[in-house]
Write a protein that binds this ligand. Sequence first.
Ligand code: FA5
Length: 328
Amino acid sequence: MKTEAVEEVQRAEDLDALQQVRVKYLGKKGLVTQRLKTLGSLDPEERKIQGQAINALKQEIEDAIKKRRAELEAAELEASLARDRVDVTLPGYRLPTGGLHVLTQVINRLLEVFRTMGYEVVTGPELETDYYNFTALNFPAEHPARDTQDTFWTTDGRLLRTHTSPVQVRYMKHRKPPFKVVAPGRVFRNEAVDVTHEAQFHQLEALVVDTHITMADLRGAISTMATALFGDGIKTRLQPSYFPFVEPGAEFAIWWENPRTGKSEWLELGGCGMVHPNVFRAVGYEGFTGFAFGFGIERLALISYGIPDIRYFHQNDLRFLRQLRGGL
Ligand code: FA5
């Protein structure tokens, strides 16, 4: 029986089969157990001899089972390691990452240029009062100049700022000259939307106040900015224009080569001028002069990247966003 049992143990192909062999010999009704039960009917001398023999047999079968179990478990572990093997040389999955919107990239670039020119960056609220957006900027009540900036009014009589110029007033009310500041931000106009007009866009405002600021400083600031953005040889132009909060007022343009037509042309960027005395009066300044300018950031981005339609900026079309995505 011994050889037979040990052979069966060794042939067991898995842990289940091994358990069955165990039951067959060592279980409650197993062959070895049954033999042990017969001992009682033997005489003492014979019982001792038989008892030792059966126990030795039992021990050998148990040892064989233990050995086989260890082998089977090791084989099982090997198999599962082979099955679940990780190939550490495979390239990893690329995790989706965000990127900077093209407008954010342009704004960051502009702020970098102005910081190197010594300007401080300031901001103001998008929800404004009539006072900061118009009155303090020398737009008289009922004056038609207010109609040049179609306004979104709120039910409580406030408005979505139509330009970044109210930040000038907010800043000057709490600071004393000299200073040089720029204020980037979102502005809103109740306008019909088309390829060059959005109801929501961004402007960048610059304001410089000291005791002897002149129109020459304004010209210098605009051409320095244009050179920093577009390189040496870029030409800028100021043409007389009207804004209630500057006197004299002008529109400024840059001479650039349109990559789509290959032709050079003047491109209006924004408005500028010397701060109007009424604005200084509204903030309690005396004995100072200053200049201000403001322009549309989308318009600058359109020409920098050759984007054909201003509406692309806010449509969140992934094809557009991915194409012009900036690194974080
Ligand atoms: C102003 O908003 C003045 N606050 C600019 C200024 C500042 C003048 C300081 C003097 C001193 P204007 O309404 O022209 O001006 O707008 C300035 C620029 O904003 C425009 O030249 C254009 O680039 C941009 N802009 C105006 N309306 C829209 C629109 N609907 N969509 C996109 N860009 C626009």
